[in-house]
Design a protein around this ligand. Structure first.
Ligand code: NAD
Length: 439
């Protein structure tokens, strides 16, 4: 069992302290507020939260939970610190790091006088880069020691929901952490041992980003459901019934499907249907800021790809895929066709490998090329073999994934500039002249 110090007896701190004590760890909670410290030591919860009062009382009675105002006492009686202080918004909307910074300085000074290894693990919500740019420098400056070598560092975000916090602690939806050193990583695996959830050990910045992604996704879901509810009500439809039935589709709607960062959406349905629902909302005087933003965001993704091509060396572009997705020749509102058209209009010489569009033209299908009203001379730009496309291009632009093209493209990504919109090699990230749109 571990000896853990919890910095900050707020919602996150006190729930973690009480649950860790219940799990058998020795916990010392520290706060600058004497009222909270007294409350814990008296076996009382300083906040209202289902089941917390009993856990705090049991923890204190067992001798495994106590609180203090004294940082030296807290650090010297433990081996691991969990920092759970608040990060309220600063006046410009940025994350407020003043409490986290102050705690890091205090911990740094305290561990400077300690002979045994101490791991400092931040649990507060902080934007990517905060650990490397703020927390670690503050700890190193105050301690005079090197992070990851003389003391441990980790970032371990908390995902609990107030009102079901203890339930969430024992049955989490997500456990993720990043660490600089093996002892800290091992400690994080150990405190989560036995919980019914996979532990994801990632880089510190990835863990920071995942916490914000999770909260922003929750916020997006609420606003989306509300906007659909508003439009539904204005159309005499029950919005709750709509969303509840939508959510019963766990194959596509509530699933990882459509949740993979990459290129813009297109095709014959999504763009026109988003436009139509926005229009309907407008006719009923219901604002639709979420749907407006969806179309804006989609346009931006096409613009982003265009800008990334501009940043690569060369004028001869070999495009892999022009239809709106790989298993079809459908060109209607294909964002790849839009991107090709923009590049051509800027003077790029664009050739295209798209086996499905080529088949449609080759077999003189009646719908061949239909839906393309943006790419000039489409048929003449089509190249039959992926090897020919690669050989004749200065820049490769990968839009759709075709099995036969994967290996040649992975090899080609080593030899010429590539903008990859779908991640031909799942293990490759932007580096040198290889540019992944979101990785
Ligand atoms: N509340 C939630 O549901 C929730 C869930 C997940 C993550 N978070 C994140 O966790 C962090 C903590 O949130 P919270 O709601 O528990 O905060 P809170 O404001 O309830 O508590 C923070 C505590 O830290 C104490 N504190 C401030 N400076 C200190 C110092 N130098 N030393 C010791 N204690 C100090 C404060 O007195 C306060 O008691 C935030 O970053 C928050 O975004 C919150």
């Amino acid at each position: 069992m571990a000896r853990i110090c919890i910095h900050g007896i707020g919602y996150v701190g006190v729930v973690s302290a009480a649950c860790l004590a219940k799990d058998g760890h020795d916990v010392v909670a520290i706060d600058v507020d004497p009222g909270k410290v007294d409350s814990i030591n008296a076996g009382k919860a300083p906040i209202v939260e289902n089941g917390l009062e009993e856990l705090v009382k049991a923890g204190v009675e067992s001798g495994r939970l106590r609180a203090t105002l004294d940082i030296e006492d807290a650090i010297n009686s433990t081996d691991i610190s969990f920092v759970c202080v608040g990060t309220p918004s600063a006046s410009d909307g940025s994350v407020g790091l003043k409490y986290v910074t102050a705690v890091c300085e205090q911990i740094g000074s305290a561990i400077a006088n300690k002979s045994t290894y101490h791991s400092v693990i931040i649990r507060s919500t902080i934007v990517p880069g905060s650990m490397n740019e703020v927390c670690i420098p503050a700890l190193e400056l105050a301690s005079g020691m090197t992070a990851g070598k003389d003391f441990g560092v980790g970032y371990y975000p908390e995902f609990l929901r107030e009102s079901t916090a203890i339930e969430d602690y024992y049955d989490p939806g997500l456990i993720v952490f990043g660490s600089m050193d093996k002892p800290t990583e091992a400690a994080l695996y150990a405190v989560n041992d036995g919980l019914p959830c996979e532990c994801h050990s990632v880089s510190i910045s990835t863990a920071e980003m995942i916490k914000y992604t999770s909260n922003c996704w929750r916020a997006v879901k609420v606003s989306f459901a509300n906007e659909i509810g508003n439009i539904a009500k204005a159309s005499n439809v029950d919005g709750q019934e709509v969303m509840s039935i939508l959510c019963s589709d766990t194959k596509v709607n509530i699933s990882p499907y459509f949740m993979r960062p990459g290129f813009a959406f297109g095709g014959s349905c999504l763009p026109k249907d988003v436009r139509a629902l926005r229009h309907l909302a407008g006719t009923k005087d219901v604002p639709s800021p979420m749907l407006d933003a969806v179309l804006e965001a989609n346009k931006y993704q096409i613009q982003k790809a265009e800008t990334l091509v501009d940043g690569l060396d060369g004028k001869k572009v070999g495009m892999v895929g022009v239809s709106f997705k790989p298993g079809t020749d459908d060109l209607r509102e294909s964002p790849l066709a839009e991107l090709a058209a923009r590049l051509i209009s800027k003077g790029y010489d664009v050739n295209i490998y798209d086996p499905n569009v080529s088949t449609a033209f080759g077999e003189e299908m009646s719908a061949a090329g239909r839906g393309n009203d943006v790419v000039p001379d489409l048929q003449a730009r089509l190249v039959p073999a992926i090897s020919t496309l690669i050989d004749d291009s200065e820049i490769l632009l990968v839009g759709n994934k075709y099995d036969e093209a994967i290996e040649p493209l992975i090899a080609a990504s080593e030899t010429r500039p590539m903008l990859d919109l779908m991640r031909v090699n799942p293990n490759k990230s932007s580096q040198g002249s290889y540019e992944g749109i979101c990785w």
